[in-house]
Design a protein around this ligand. Structure first.
Ligand code: GLN
Length: 305
């Protein structure tokens, strides 16, 4: 079926404008606390990179945990299956910054999308490349076609100054020999990674390789078809933390959220989406973002189910 996305996006934006309960911005990172829950943007990218958008779809924001998808793909492409010796792929059922499962699982985090797991993935990528955040930034620039993408040094500094929880996770896993780099090096890379600024248009395009079964924007292959399937599967089961079941129920797509208010989602073989609105629910997912994706898959029928 040929489908034009513009009327769908316009309709969703109108519905979102009427949404009264929109959550609160993340305030544990002071640089994000001033986000306005009324802000809203959404973009859909076709497989060829054509993008449709509505609202603030070209406005840069803090990508935060959305970057965990890209570092996972970059690490998996280099390391293959042995990556899973360091990090699991089961939903955690616990908050994204939780420590509790690490002790009885010997320092192996549940999945790559909670903070502990993302720290391990960034650690592995840094061990293999010597420049995890740089490799990530280059990849995002290439896939989005936006060479201006960059780190936000204020956000990275704000997270570093309030990074006790992530430092605790990293040190704890280091005590089980599951961290290869010095912890301060790893934290610097991780906070840089989280601080990348990008728009819905940038992220919808940059996610395209997951809808193209591993093929990058320039036609080269990053992941095997099977690895792309695996990343999408882990997004579906773990990408929205302890709300992944509800997200699958409502949206029915592989997705990944970040505390900056963004969520990316993949319709394999068809298109990719990014939605942004800074008001979060108590699990750290954008309230308007989940609602908009729910409406998108309901109106278009485009889901993996
Ligand atoms: N930088 C954030 C943190 O480490 C990322 C968390 C998120 O987006 N869920 O706490």
């Amino acid at each position: 079926m040929l489908l034009t996305f513009e009327p769908v996006l316009d309709r969703i934006a109108e519905e979102i404008a009427d949404l009264t309960e929109r959550g609160r911005p993340a305030d544990y990172i002071p640089a994000l606390a001033s986000g306005d829950p009324q802000d809203f943007g959404m973009a859909v990218a076709e497989l060829d990179g054509t993008v449709y958008g509505v609202g603030d779809w070209q406005r840069p924001f803090s990508t935060q945990s959305v970057t965990k998808v890209f570092t996972l793909a970059l690490a998996l492409a280099r390391k293959g299956e042995p990556l899973w010796d360091h990090v699991g792929r089961e939903p955690s059922g616990n908050p994204f910054n939780s420590l509790v499962q690490l002790e009885y699982e010997n320092g192996i985090p549940r999945n790559p999308f909670i903070n502990a797991g993302a720290l391990v993935v960034t650690d592995q990528l840094h061990r293999m490349t010597g420049d995890a955040s740089g490799v990530l930034l280059d990849f995002l620039r290439a896939e989005s076609g936006n060479q201006d993408l960059d780190f936000d040094r204020d956000v990275a500094a704000s997270e570093t100054a309030h990074g006790d929880r992530n430092a605790a996770l990293a040190h704890f896993m280091a005590s089980y020999d599951n961290i290869a780099n010095p912890v301060p090096t790893l934290l610097r890379e991780y906070f840089r990674q989280c601080s990348v600024e990008a728009s819905c248009a940038d992220l919808a395009r940059a996610t395209g390789f997951l809808a193209r079964h591993g093929i990058r924007a320039d036609g080269s292959r990053l992941l095997t078809r099977s690895q792309a399937k695996q990343v999408n599967a882990v997004m579906l089961t773990c990408g929205t933390y302890d709300a992944a079941g509800d997200f699958a129920y409502r949206v029915g797509l592989p997705g990944k959220s970040g505390v900056g208010g963004a969520i990316i989602a993949v319709v394999p073989g068809r298109c990719t989406l990014c939605v942004w609105s800074p008001g979060l629910d108590e699990r750290g997912n954008s309230v308007a973002g989940v609602t908009a994706l729910d409406r998108f898959t309901t109106i278009t029928g485009l889901s993996v189910f």
